[in-house]
Design a protein around this ligand. Structure first.
Ligand code: NAG
Ligand code: NAG
Ligand code: NAG
Ligand code: NAG
Ligand code: NAG
Ligand code: NAG
Ligand code: NAG
Length: 876
């Protein structure tokens, strides 16, 4: 069965690794998109599926006339297989340009009569044959029409062939193209990455095909439902190695591997051997876990994972050949932090989850991306928990996912989980789908019959519900009804419990803690009710004020009566209910009062994440003094606690979450001015500067210490960090230094650093937008970053705007603090002045920024006085 989906490939007899050419993802390009079917299927709960009975709309929107003006392919042709040959040149040509050449033969079936062939092709120079961009032949008995004319459509990224007569339904044809493309350093399609080894510059040709970049590598039907078989040949130097999705022939040095029953596992890294050991050690267990969880064997015979020096996303789940940013795969036990290690585990777990869910079964179209990403974002914790059972990683789901999604969801422009197919068309809209919502909102499972039914096939989200229904006969409402509520609507449900009347809005299964509760949830005296135990449901809980008071008093007297997760939930729910004006802001703030006694990470982190909004809104106002004094008072005992349990900062806490909590304790203690903190940090950094070959700072604390030391220091500290950054051999070390350099309070250093982001010899292109964002996070850097981005929008947009996932984060990052009328006007002006340039994948982010700023202005106006009063009183 697997054989047809196998990617076979000829490689040269290369023995020495100098460079790796990876062609990947193309398996995920997929079969027929059937427009009629999609239209008729409609969405459940959608009353008006029969569009023919609707009156015509009063004003006619722009409807593209010609088939090639539509971003979606017509439904007349279905590819079956491709033979693709690619030849990347790892040396520049006479013009100084890196290029690749290649040819491709695609076999397709005609399923609807047509005299047009429309196939994606972007930025490729195509060879002409008798004046046309391709050669067409018929297979079997098919007689082949001659080509009348051919042309390229830049906007929709197509090659179009107009034929003299029609293709016959059911017949097979072969379309042959020859092409030349630039092997650019643009992180898209077939692209170039460079790194230095032993002082020598090495070039890697690699690929990023998701979402719409396969068409930049070779002409193809570049949509997720157009699954096909790919035979790939890569022409390369003997002294280099080529990798693809399928199993390889030939062998090469400098890799590490192991076997998991019959699956060959590889981790490939370009330099610094040893950093892949940890990744390899968790890959086997995680794959085993998923085989069991999905009740389906790993669909391929090999699993390669490779770390690349230039990579835009965190990782890409190419079937059988997963590509990673170095920080997401490499781990050095001496130099990496616990956080780095956890990231490696969860990212690997996420990508391996996609080998089944996403690759074996693929979404029909990008509107259902949430199904793919959300599911993987959920099961990644299960896989990681299996590999590292002592970490209690499942508890963190509440922090990393639930809280994050709740927060984004609360905005009106947040999109419902499932968008209609028609709403997601062009590459920028597709790229926008890769945002928080898609990654985090899925909390459901069941999978087995679903995976088996749709293996090697495509799916829409309603298919999953049908399969869930089969295994959930006991659920009274149909799964469709429940899930539609949840996927097609925005926001989060709030359950309100009134303990005076005992009234519950609907019968959900609630758990409660109370010594003596009657079945009606009515309590009295000191008794209290807590709903949503361990946050097992996707909803927030509000109570009557009496119960809130009793819960708060419980927290201050005996907080351990509640589970860690529920302590975090109380904090997070109140802050969000306050944002929604369901309860008062001061009630939310009161949930942080017990924190001086709290020693656990999850409640603290939940509080700090929520208080970050207060810090952002008020750190330029008179409120900040009181806020800082209050937080200093609350965090001080935690700082002292860690000083004690680490024996005066000489030991590492043993518990995984304590290690994270220590980072928060030190970071906030220094930020709020707790005595002894700054001195501690300065002395560590100074010791390092005096002896650069011996860094005394524990990897867990490096990010915090570097940032604080650079914030309290001057140009000497900064320049030292820059030298260490340029010299770093471990990606995660480079990455924390890069973040830390944005912490300086010196405007000239910040401006110089911003300029560095546009020089790829100083800051890699993959890191440019995140570096600007780091600068914007700094209170001094924020206006500088905003001016910088406005002044160079045209250039930045051209470099990063056409579908880079990180691009929308740039706008989010810069506008986080915006909370005045003046800033809102500036933002609107920025939008108007750059309409001609465009905002690409940041379009939605810009709308959200305008919306958030408006909401912030309102919030600050309504809350500033109470908040100032509360912090002033509580910090006494
Ligand atoms: C594609 O490649 C395979 C394997 O090399 C070969 O058997 C097949 O004939 C080729 N098909 C076309 C259409 O060239
Ligand atoms: C493709 O053709 C155009 C126009 O002739 C040329 O400017 C461009 O450099 C070519 N691309 C490559 C990669 O050579
Ligand atoms: C797992 O798959 C096997 C074979 O497909 C099947 O017999 C078995 O019932 C499945 N197990 C579960 C728990 O569904
Ligand atoms: C894919 O699924 C569709 C129904 O959703 C079915 O008609 C088709 O036969 C399936 N294809 C394969 C290869 O299983
Ligand atoms: C809640 O979670 C904690 C820690 O994971 C666990 O010990 C406890 O038993 C859970 N409580 C319930 C009621 O599930
Ligand atoms: C803790 O360490 C610092 C610096 O290393 C030292 O000055 C201080 O005396 C130590 N305190 C205790 C209580 O050991
Ligand atoms: C810089 O890197 C080189 C090569 O890795 C190493 O030999 C040298 O010791 C490093 N310098 C410092 C100051 O760490």
């Amino acid at each position: 069965m697997g054989k047809v989906y196998y990617v076979s490939k000829n490689v040269g007899l290369g023995m020495l690794v100098l460079a790796v050419a990876a062609l990947a993802t193309i398996i995920a390009l997929s079969i027929a998109y059937d427009k009629e079917r999609a239209k008729n299927r409609g969405k459940p709960g959608d009353e008006a599926t029969d569009s023919t009975s609707m009156p015509p709309p009063p004003t006619t929107p722009f409807i593209p006339k010609e088939p090639w003006d539509h971003y979606r392919l017509p439904d007349s042709l279905v590819p079956l297989s491709y033979n693709v040959t690619l030849w990347p040149r790892l040396e520049p040509d006479a013009r100084g340009m890196f290029v690749f050449t290649g040819h491709s033969a695609v076999v397709f079936r005609c399923v609807k009569e047509t005299d047009l062939i429309i196939i994606h092709s972007n930025k490729l120079n195509l060879t002409t044959f008798y004046g046309h961009h391709a050669k067409l032949t018929g297979l079997g008995k098919a007689t082949v029409p001659t080509i009348q004319k051919s042309w390229l459509v830049v906007k929709t990224e197509y090659l179009v062939l107009q034929l003299h007569s029609r293709l016959a339904v059911g017949s097979l044809y072969l379309l042959y193209t020859e092409f030349l493309g630039e092997l650019a350093d643009d992180l898209q399609g077939f692209y170039r990455s460079e790194y230095i080894e032993d002082g020598v510059k090495k070039v890697v040709a690699t690929s990023q095909m998701q979402a719409t970049y396969a068409r930049k590598t070779f002409p193809c039907f570049d949509e997720p439902a157009m699954k096909a078989v790919f035979n790939v040949i890569i022409i390369h130097d003997r002294a280099t190695v080529a990798l693809s999705n399928g199993r390889d022939i030939g062998s090469f040095e400098k890799y590490i591997n192991s076997f998991l029953s019959n699956i060959l596992l590889y981790i490939l890294i370009l330099c610094e051997t040893g950093q892949g050991d940890y990744a390899l050690s968790v890959t086997g267990p995680i794959l085993q876990f998923y085989e069991h969880y999905y009740n389906a064997t790993y669909p391929l015979s090999k699993s390669d994972q490779i770390a690349l020096p230039d990579f835009n996303a965190g990782a890409m789940e190419n079937w059988g050949l997963i590509t990673y940013r170095e920080t997401a795969l490499l781990y050095d036990p001496m130099l990496s932090s616990t956080g780095n290690k956890e990231r490696v585990t969860t990212v690997i777990s996420h990508e391996l989850a996609h080998m089944w869910f996403g690759n074996l079964v693929t979404l029909q179209w990008w509107n259902d991306l949430w199904l793919n990403e959300g599911f993987a974002s959920y099961v990644e914790y299960l896989g990681a928990d299996y590999a590292e059972p002592t970490w209690n990683i499942k508890d963190q789901i509440i922090l990393s996912d639930v809280h994050k999604v709740f927060a984004v969801d609360a905005l009106a422009s947040s999109h419902p989980l499932s968008r209609r197919e028609e709403e997601v068309n062009n590459p920028a809209e597709i790229s926008e789908m890769f945002n928080t919502i898609s990654y985090s909102k899925v909390r459901s499972s069941d999978r087995i019959s679903y995976l088996n039914t749709f293996a090697f096939n495509n799916t829409v989200y309603t298919d999953l519900w049908d399969h869930l229904q089969k295994v959930s006969m006991h659920i009274p409402h149909t799964v469709h009804n429940i899930m539609n509520h949840w996927t097609l609507q925005m926001g989060f449900p709030v359950v309100t419990i009134d303990t005076r009347t005992g009234i519950l809005p609907y019968p959900i299964s609630l758990q409660y803690f109370s010594p003596d509760i009657n079945s009606q949830m009515r309590v009295s005296g000191e008794d209290w009710v807590l709903a949503n135990t361990n946050v097992s449901g996707y909803f927030r809980v509000n109570y009557d004020l009496y119960n809130w008071d009793r819960l708060l008093s419980l927290l201050s007297t005996n907080h351990q009566a509640l589970s860690i997760i529920n302590r975090a939930q109380i904090i997070d729910d109140t802050f969000n209910l306050a944002r929604a004006k369901i309860i008062s802001t001061t009630l939310a703030l009161r949930t942080t009062k017990y924190l001086s006694k709290e020693r656990d990470y999850i409640p603290w982190d939940s509080a700090l994440r929520n208080l970050d909004y207060y810090i952002l809104m008020f750190d330029r106002t008179e409120v900040y003094g009181a806020l800082q004094a209050y937080l200093k008072k609350q965090i001080q005992p935690l700082f002292e606690h860690f000083k004690t349990i680490t024996a005066n900062w000489t030991k590492v806490p043993t518990k995984h979450t304590d290690q994270y909590n220590q980072i928060n304790a030190v970071g906030y203690a220094c930020g709020m001015g707790v005595e002894g903190c700054r001195e501690l940090i300065k002395s560590w950094y100074r010791q390092w500067m005096e002896n650069p070959h011996h860094n005394p700072i524990h990897p867990n604390l490096k990010s915090t210490v570097y940032c604080s030391a650079i914030a309290f220091g001057g140009v000497e500290e900064w320049d030292f960090a820059w030298r260490m950054f340029k010299n770093a051999t471990l990606a995660s070390e480079a990455s924390r230094l890069r973040a830390a350099m944005s912490c300086t309070k010196a405007p000239w250093l910040l401006n110089r650093y911003l300029e560095y982001t546009l020089d790829p010899t100083k800051i890699r292109k993959q890191d440019a937008t995140s570096t600007i964002q780091y600068v914007a996070r700094n209170i001094v850097g924020m206006p500088l970053a905003w001016n910088f981005v406005r002044a160079r929008w045209g250039y930045i947009f051209q470099q990063y705007g056409k579908g880079s996932f990180s691009f929308s984060n740039l706008i989010n990052g810069i506008t986080k603090r915006f909370s005045s009328e003046f800033e809102l006007q500036e933002l609107k002006k920025f939008k108007e002045e750059n309409l001609h340039v465009g905002f690409g994948s940041a379009t939605l982010a810009l709308e959200q920024a305008i919306e958030k700023t408006t909401a912030n202005i309102k919030w600050v106006t309504e809350n500033k006085a109470h908040v100032l009063k509360w912090f002033t009183e509580e910090s006494k």
